[in-house]
Design a protein around this ligand. Structure first.
Ligand code: NCD
Ligand code: ZN
Length: 345
């Protein structure tokens, strides 16, 4: 197959940042994706409805003329988020979820939740008003091996949380393990869904050390061993509507990555859909890409499917080694290499 036309997709997990970086990275997403869940881990975090609506305006202002893109806003959950904020958020119609970052789990998560028991009333309110909880599913205890943090989170935090709040719907963001896939699949309802990134479908942890240390492939949750990547790819291409596209494109300036203590995050937005197409093609499942990218997400969130179309063409393109990003520079995924599929229309 050389050309593939899909219903216009959405990105259900995206970092757009703010200021000049927002202006630089937004067009890569908005020219392909119609909507995106915009992660709230700014500095300072997007904790309140007013902050989320102001951030939404900044995103719309940064949008180049002629691009049709809708930012979907999320509140950053803290130990002190008032349950009432969830009610207010729902009432605006512009807030689509609340994000749980365990404190210290990832980039800009210091203001996150220190103990899940502290947010019990907010979780009850989410279930009540019908807003989903979007979860960064890793424990943070330093004695837990980095590669086991997702599996431990499932048993210690997520399973009890789901049991305690029977009406709560959860998106397990950027799932990285076979245990996570099994956790979604074992249920006979759709209360738990998951986003999958292109990089976790394409890379395993060997990629972190290929010929030397590769800081631009360091992200959180960290890449896992091959059997996990295989489980994620099988889930993505299975047609199960509880798995959908979320790039977790997370740009950082080159100096913050190539550093003695480098930031986590891969910048995948410039070739996001092409990278997913590569992953699906490798599994002989290009026919499953449209549902994963453009149907499962909106159905789960209860939103209309997009009307537009995008066309991918199989024509390898060399990826720039580095791209400008405001006053900074950023290294995209596959920098210096080639991506096999391009969005051409
Ligand atoms: C994200 C970021 O940079 O904001 N980093 C990452 O490695 N994915 C945060 C996150 O989603 O964990
Ligand atoms: Zn993320």
């Amino acid at each position: 197959m050389q050309r593939l036309t899909l219903r216009r997709p959405d990105d259900w997990h995206l970092h757009l940042r703010d200021g000049p970086i927002l202006r630089a990275v937004l067009p890569y997403t908005a020219r392909v994706f119609r909507r995106a869940i915009c992660m709230p881990n700014l500095t300072p975090p997007v904790r309140t409805v007013d902050q989320a609506l102001a951030y939404r305006e900044r995103i719309l202002t940064a949008l180049p003329e002629g691009l049709d893109f809708e930012p979907l806003m999320v509140l950053y959950l803290t130990d002190t988020t008032p349950p009432q904020e969830v009610v207010r958020g729902k009432a605006t119609g512009l807030i689509h979820g609340v994000k749980l970052y365990p404190a210290g789990a990832t980039t800009n998560s210091d203001a996150g939740v220190t103990d899940i028991a502290r947010v019990d009333r907010v979780l009850a309110e989410l279930a009540e008003v019908g807003l989903p909880l979007l979860v960064h599913g890793e424990v943070t205890a330093s004695h837990v091996d980095l590669f086991d943090r997702e599996a431990v989170f499932i048993d210690q935090v997520l399973r009890p949380l789901i049991a305690r709040h029977s009406g709560l719907r959860v998106v397990f963001e950027h799932l990285t393990t076979a245990e996570g896939v099994a956790f979604v699949q074992e249920r006979d309802d759709d209360r738990v869904a998951a986003t999958l990134t292109a990089h976790h479908l394409l890379l395993d942890r060997n990629a972190l050390f290929e010929g030397g240390l590769r800081p631009h492939r360091y992200c959180l949750p960290v890449l896992k061993r091959a059997r996990h990547r295989e489980a994620l790819l099988a889930a993505a291409t299975s047609g199960d509507p509880r798995f959908f596209l979320g790039t977790d494109s997370a740009p950082h300036p080159i100096g913050a990555k190539e550093s003695a203590c480098g930031c986590a995050g891969m910048f995948t937005a410039p070739d996001a859909l092409g990278l997913y197409a590569e992953a699906f093609e490798s599994a002989g499942a290009l026919d499953k890409l449209e549902a994963f990218a453009s149907e499962h997400g909106p159905r789960w969130y209860g939103m209309p499917l997009n009307e537009g179309r995008v066309t991918l063409e199989r024509s390898p393109r060399r990826v720039e080694p580095v791209l400008p990003m405001g006053e900074e520079q950023v290294v995209p995924m596959r920098a210096g290499g080639a991506v096999q599929w391009q969005v051409v229309a």
